[in-house]
Write a new protein. Structure first.
Length: 377
């Protein structure tokens, strides 16, 4: 990934290189002008120009655009004076070309282009033929410097933007991982409640019944405790099934799971029937697990709250979806409890919504309760 600090280091390196190039250009300029005789003003003005291209440029970098314009205007004036004193040459021309590079780094492209167009005007006043040749060569040098500086600057800006995008991507990745972990915790909480909670509820009811008849009917109490022991084994099997689902292993058919669940419910004192409509087909592990857990939780709710004499499970294989209905003949939802849901129904709704399905609850006081789940599958 692109490092934004690295991009800033690249820009800093260029800013440090420009004064070094200016000093080198000054030396070349003085060497070129020496054979014709140097006045004291030439090296003094040249040195002042080089110092200003370093100090003034740094000053303009951290201020508003007006400061950049003021700096570049003064740098052009000093550059023109230096060029006039030293005469045309490689060194004096390079000093002015460096001002073009700084203009690209300080100003918008239109303004920098104006600075680049002004530099060749330093040759105005020379004889026509020689002046035209100098204007063209200096203009070409300014154009090359302008284009290269502009391309480099765009690359650095692209690096900065990419670095920001990468930082944002890392943040989104962390948020996605956190959301995935939260969803997994929610799913595991539902599995514990719907699976282990179901079995423990049955075990509690059977142990309570066994204690009630322990002294009067030890044989029946022993039978109830045996059923409770069997429920504990089934709870362990449920835990293993959940682990198997996490590993992608599922060999038990859903209708068989529901019939085994109905048998457990009947053994706990609630006769439960199972009906299967449509042609059976294999389902995604997540869909099959959700339907089984919903049936399990539905029956647990019936035993705990409905005061029902019987319950029924109906599974339907439709062309592009699955439906599961858990119905009982109990007391239904009381009028004063309408609109409220316990954790069981809330868990069923969460499972269905997570898979893109829906839940419909049909009940009236004294007329039983029907919970109908529909899932894609």
């Amino acid at each position: 990934m692109v490092d934004s600090a690295g991009a800033r280091r690249d820009i800093g390196a260029v800013n440090r290189a420009l004064p070094t190039l200016a000093v080198a250009a000054l030396v070349v300029m003085l060497v070129e002008a020496a054979p014709g005789g140097l006045s004291v003003r030439t090296p003094v003005v040249g040195a002042a120009f080089v110092v200003w291209t370093a100090v003034g440029y740094r000053w303009a970098l951290v201020r508003a655009r007006a400061a950049s314009v003021a700096y570049l205007a003064s740098a052009l004036v000093l550059g023109f004076v230096t060029f006039d004193l030293a005469g045309p040459g490689v060194g004096s021309t390079v000093l002015l070309v460096l001002v073009v590079v700084q203009a690209v780094l300080l100003l918008p492209v239109g303004w920098a282009l104006g600075v680049a167009a002004m530099v060749p005007l330093v040759h105005v006043g020379m004889p026509m033929a020689d002046g035209l040749r100098q204007v063209l060569s200096t203009g070409l040098a300014c154009a090359v410097a302008f284009v290269l500086a502009r391309l480099w600057l765009r690359e650095q800006q692209a690096h900065e933007q990419l670095a920001v995008a990468n930082d944002r991507l890392r943040e989104l990745t962390a948020q996605t991982e956190e959301l995935a972990a939260m969803r997994e915790r929610t799913r595991m909480a539902r599995d514990i409640h719907d699976g282990l909670g179901h079995h423990l509820t049955v075990v509690g009811m059977q142990v309570q019944a066994a204690r009630a008849v322990l002294s009067a009917d030890p044989v029946r109490a022993d039978g109830l405790l045996a059923q409770a022991e069997d429920q504990v084994r089934q709870a362990l099997t449920s835990v293993r099934d959940s682990v198997g689902a996490l590993r992608g292993h599922r060999a038990v058919r859903l209708p068989d799971q529901l019939r085994a669940l109905a048998g457990e419910s009947a053994a706990a004192g609630l006769p439960t029937s199972v009906a299967v409509d449509g042609k059976e087909r294999s389902l995604a592990d997540e869909v099959q697990s959700a339907l089984y857990r919903m049936a399990q939780e539905g029956l647990t709710n019936v035993r705990k709250h409905a005061h029902a004499h019987a319950a029924a499970l109906r599974l339907a294989y439709l062309p592009d979806r699955m439906t599961l209905e858990v119905r009982d003949d109990g007391c239904g939802i009381r009028e004063d409890a309408a609109g409220s849901e316990g954790f069981g129904l809330t868990g069923i709704r969460e499972r269905a919504e997570h898979l893109g399905g829906s839940v419909v609850v049909d009940s009236s006081p004294g007329a039983g309760l029907a919970v109908r789940v529909e899932l894609p599958g």
